[in-house]
Design a protein around this ligand. Sequence first.
Ligand code: MN
Length: 196
Amino acid sequence: MYKVNTLLYSYNALEPVIDEETVNIHYNKHHKKYAENLNKLTISTIPLEQIPKRINEFPLKDRGQILYNAGGILNHNLYWQSLNETPGLPKGKLLNKINNDYGSFENFKKIFINKSKNLVGSGYTFLVSDNNGNLTIINLPNQETPLSYDLTPLFTVDLWEHAYYLKYRNERNKYIENIWNKANFDNASKIYEKLF
Ligand code: MN
């Protein structure tokens, strides 16, 4: 059985940036639905994180839907871990690399925000690392995961309308900017520290 990660904070922890109702519906309805759908498609015991790289082990007719729903679980797991009631800056190796490549965290943030604003349709902006520790900010559509491209996702912002529409309506750019008040890089820093 595939499961979503437990949400590590309360539904109102991201107020006022993301309202309680949005977090509740996003986690309990949207995120959990991907796990429900994936479990209907397969009884595989392949670990969730390995599904993107081992998609050829599934029946051809189901691959698209399996990849989509596995991506939906993984991307949301990372999204919830990219946010916290208390914001947190990158640390250790990740902080050094960001300062080296982008000049400062503030400049990195500016570039990430612009990337998010340029996403067309539904998808995510990710900070990813290759196996040598090289960082890139990328947009991916729908529920594509960087794992499909042999990249490790470190931090992400969900840009689907369900992530912000109850509060922000058509003002996606406000959500894209405000979310940085709850951005937390503890998880990203930990993943990067162990990566290479
Ligand atoms: Mn979502």
